[in-house]
Write a protein that binds this ligand. Structure first.
Ligand SMILES: CC(C)(COP(=O)(O)OP(=O)(O)OC[C@H]1O[C@@H](n2cnc3c(N)ncnc32)[C@H](O)[C@@H]1OP(=O)(O)O)[C@@H](O)C(=O)NCCC(=O)NCCS
Length: 150
């Protein structure tokens, strides 16, 4: 694999939207697709990183700077064929470069399903800790664990 991680461009939008649909299928209680327009806004704001293997987008990470010292990790999605090969880790490392460039101590939050052990393992490996259970966060039965860094 020849992996490159870079800021996503408007020309990546169709690939990013397809990746979101693959990784967050509608009707799955544990995986919530991005709300309409969120990926487009993120790309416009420079808040999406794309992981590219041989010119194909294989992963994405989206974050939102809610304020100067409060950010949210909105999405991390790796295409099925490229999971468990360090792509999520590479995107998180790029996110941490962005974090290190902030002049402030930034608190980062991230919501994930109680059954999403892969995401929980990844977050914990980067120092995130579980701070609470948000019941019915995305609607009835769609509970989420809140993870936080700093
Ligand atoms: C969760 C997800 C982003 C992980 O990405 P990935 O590229 O497969 O993860 P990596 O190979 O980079 O693994 C990095 C670390 O994450 C953790 N991890 C990854 N897969 C794991 C699994 N199946 N079980 C437990 N921990 C796991 C481990 O700590 C791993 O480090 P290690 O390999 O040294 O043990 C990916 O599985 C995915 O896209 N899933 C579907 C969408 C999703 O659930 N997104 C998160 C929504 S909040």
């Amino acid at each position: 694999m020849e992996l490159k991680v870079r800021v996503a461009l408007p020309t990546d939008l169709a690939d990013l939207i397809a990746l979101d649909a693959e990784c967050f299928p509608k009707g799955n209680t544990d995986l919530e697709p991005a709300p309409a327009g969120e990926i487009e806004t993120g790309v416009e704001d420079g808040g999406v990183f794309a992981a590219v293997d041989e010119n194909t987008v294989v992963g994405m990470l989206q974050f939102d700077k809610i304020s100067s010292n409060e950010w949210e990790l909105l999405t991390l999605a790796i295409t099925n064929s490229h999971r468990s090969q360090g792509v999520g880790q590479a995107l998180m490392e790029r996110f941490f470069v962005e974090l290190s460039q902030s002049p402030y101590i930034v608190t980062v939050s991230c919501m994930t399903s109680p059954s999403n052990h892969a995401m929980q393992g990844l977050l914990e490996s980067f120092g995130f800790v579980q701070v609470g259970l948000m019941e019915n966060y995305f609607g009835p039965g769609k509970h989420r664990l809140k993870f936080q860094l700093n």
